[in-house]
Design a protein around this ligand. Structure first.
Ligand code: PMP
Length: 373
């Protein structure tokens, strides 16, 4: 029986108790140990007799959480003092306009590569602040690949990239050759692999995939790029404000930052981003091999650009979609339905996703193909 093969369901368990394999795209799976520690902090934070939810952000304990979070980001990604590490609010979506507001002079030009929904939104916001040149796009094939062989004008203020396209299941496995600094939306693959920070002027990422719960946005910005635009920037939207006040100009989202800190500790404990990359490549390989082997399924993304985080695939017999989703559900695999822009299925397999959960999904696929043959 399929659900026994997954080792996660016995007839005596109620459906509620069945182990879930969480394939949601975000908010997404977090390490179990992080969840346990976060729960403890909600009832009694560091034996203070107070919950982390009710303790001042100016307290010694919270200041130390902010400091450790920053130092783990620096250590894990190799971020030096030329960069500021910030914990902001407003989601990655606010960075679409904040990046342009802070880095794009009114008479300047920014280049964007359009790789799908999120970069399209970033382009729309940047256009409010200066000239935006979309130098490459994969819209012609419903964003199923990463554009290559484009030229970046050397006078651009920055080149905006979305490193991993959560909806379309594509990733930059290489970076364009240019001296122009990258502004990069890493919302769905930050800490999943090493990156050469020196190529980036600004990195931003909502926490709710590889880092923690929704509510905090990690921003890494090269300090010398700031202060060059002449426009008046509202205080809260000015990166310099948050640099000067160490991300505590106003009340920071303490709990999401604390959970992010726990996840960063977990990443460090597991061997850092190199170890994450190895695990992620191998986990994704397991699933792509099944997609390519199984006559019922096909991947949607160009093979060279396939994401290690979001694996998108279709059934060759779309009339069986509901039945397949029901089979996933019966085995505890949740969140496998694809985004409406692509259809089919999407398995999000972030850092915290155990290899065994990916294996369970491949077994469901194999079993399903056998039954439907
Ligand atoms: N960029 C990417 C690549 C995303 O996947 C998402 C959310 N799924 C966003 C931006 C938007 O993030 P937020 O909801 O934090 O604004």
């Amino acid at each position: 029986m399929l659900n026994l093969r997954g080792g996660n369901y016995s007839g005596n368990q109620s459906k509620k108790e069945m182990k879930k394999h969480n394939f949601y795209a975000g908010p997404a799976i977090l390490p179990k140990s992080v969840m346990r520690a976060a729960g403890k902090a909600v009832s009694n934070f560091h034996n203070s007799g107070l919950s982390i939810l009710e303790i001042s952000h100016r307290s010694k304990q919270v200041v130390s959480v902010m400091e450790e979070s920053e130092s783990l980001v620096r250590e894990l990604l190799g971020v030096d003092d030329n960069y500021a590490v910030l914990f902001l609010q407003g989601g990655a979506s606010s960075q679409f306009f904040m990046a342009a507001m802070n880095l794009l002079p009114a008479d300047g030009k920014a280049c964007y590569v359009d790789t799908g929904t999120w970069s399209t939104k970033a382009i729309k916001e940047a256009e409010k602040f200066g000239q935006v040149s979309v130098i490459a796009s994969s819209k012609d094939k419903n964003y199923n690949y990463i554009p290559k062989r484009y030229r970046v004008p050397e006078d651009a203020s920055y080149l905006h990239l979305t490193s991993n396209n959560t909806i379309f299941g594509t990733t930059h496995h290489w970076w364009p050759k240019t001296e122009v600094p990258f502004v990069c939306d890493m919302s769905s693959d930050i800490f999943s692999r090493p990156v050469d920070i020196s190529r980036f002027g600004l990195i931003y990422s909502g926490a709710q995939k590889n880092l923690g719960p929704a509510g905090v946005t990690l921003v890494i910005v090269r300090k010398d790029l700031l202060g060059k635009v002449k426009r008046s920037i509202p205080t809260m939207l000015n990166y310099q404000t948050h640099i000067d006040k160490k991300s505590s100009f106003n009340t920071p989202p303490v709990f999401p930052i604390y959970v992010s800190m726990l996840t960063l500790r977990w990443i460090k404990d597991k061997g850092g981003v190199d170890a994450m990359a190895k695990r992620n490549k191998s986990k994704a390989g397991l699933l792509y091999r099944e997609i390519d082997r199984n006559p019922l399924f096909q991947g949607t993304a160009a093979k060279k650009d396939r994401s290690w985080m979001n694996v998108t695939f279709l059934l060759n017999r779309p009339e069986l979609e509901d039945k397949f989703l029901a089979a996933c559900d019966a085995a505890g695999c949740i969140g496998v339905k694809g985004h409406r822009s692509v259809g089919g299925f999407r398995a999000s397999i972030y850092n915290a996703m155990p290899r065994n959960s990916v294996k369970v999904l491949t077994e469901i696929m194999a079993d399903f193909a056998e039954k439907e043959a």
